[in-house]
Design a protein around this ligand. Sequence first.
Ligand SMILES: *Cc1c(COP(=O)(O)O)cnc(C)c1O
Length: 357
Amino acid sequence: MSQLWSPFVKNLVPYVPGEQPKMTRLVKLNTNENPYGPSPKAVAAMQAELTDDLRLYPDPNGDKLKQSVADYYGVKTSQVFVGNGSDEVLAHAFHGLFQHGKPLLFPDITYSFYPVYCGLYGIEAKQIPLDEEFQINVDDFISASVSANGNSGIIFPNPNAPTGRLLPLAAIEKLLQNNTQSVVLVDEAYVDFGGESAIALVNKYPNLLVTQTLSKSRSLAGMRVGLAVGHEDLIEALERVKNSFNSYPLDRLALVGAAAAFDDRDYFNDTCNKVIASREQVNAGLTELGFDVLPSAANFVFARHGQKDAGELAAALREQGIIVRHFKTERIAQFLRITIGTDEQNQILLDALKEML
Ligand SMILES: *Cc1c(COP(=O)(O)O)cnc(C)c1O
């Protein structure tokens, strides 16, 4: 703390990302990275971009990448926004769409960046508890909105994080039918591992914004690329914020790599399917060891053991170089969030747990 800081900065509560340890030979299952590399075509595209042209600014609009995303989802390029990681896309949405002097609604257990952005952008947060089975109940959002006399917006990940639980599109549609006066943002960071994208609904609901990232299913966390799809008016709001903040958020390598990753559908489908198959194996293995595993549609599982303390398990795994995520938050303090790794990594994890239990 320094007296040179503004009062605003003194009061910020920043997000704490999952650890990126510097040790080697780790079984790193703590930040939901993809165990497989990015598409070889994406790597080749980035290598080809490593030329003297790096002296030139990138395309500020990211038109080629927007075209790849638009082709993939069958929408217009004017319905696509791209940014430096979906965290940045989310920030612009908070800034440009959620500041209306009413509370923003999101689940009590969810992506912990949402309350951080509420603090950064001066938005009141209203947390809606998940039900007993850790599911989002859209009726609770609808009634909370009535009692708060409206809302500035609604945001949740689907599948939710860190629970992995999926909300069916029909439930999202019900929410949209009952919430027409503010933006409903569905954060689909994990949707490719077993969900159906709400992008299918954007032409029907002009207040629906869907964000996605290339960090998880397209294995480009290191490149920082995220996107949003929605009605042109929502996209224009994001463009206005972006062009008031940083006109060139995506560098030349990220733009070509992300476009190539989107275009390489075979590699994408193969690696997603491998992760999904491994998830079911990890789920079965943990269940056999006495864990209660929430049904997951993501590239991680969320599990608790009736007899063993989650914090102790995480610490014991860590001593063996196996890193998983443990949140000390109230309702979920007895859960571990375990990213799906390669089959070899998953086996190392299960063997280590078997020893401990
Ligand atoms: C990983 C994640 C993000 C952020 O993705 P980046 O594109 O890497 O910034 C956003 N939302 C949720 C729910 C995530 O898990």
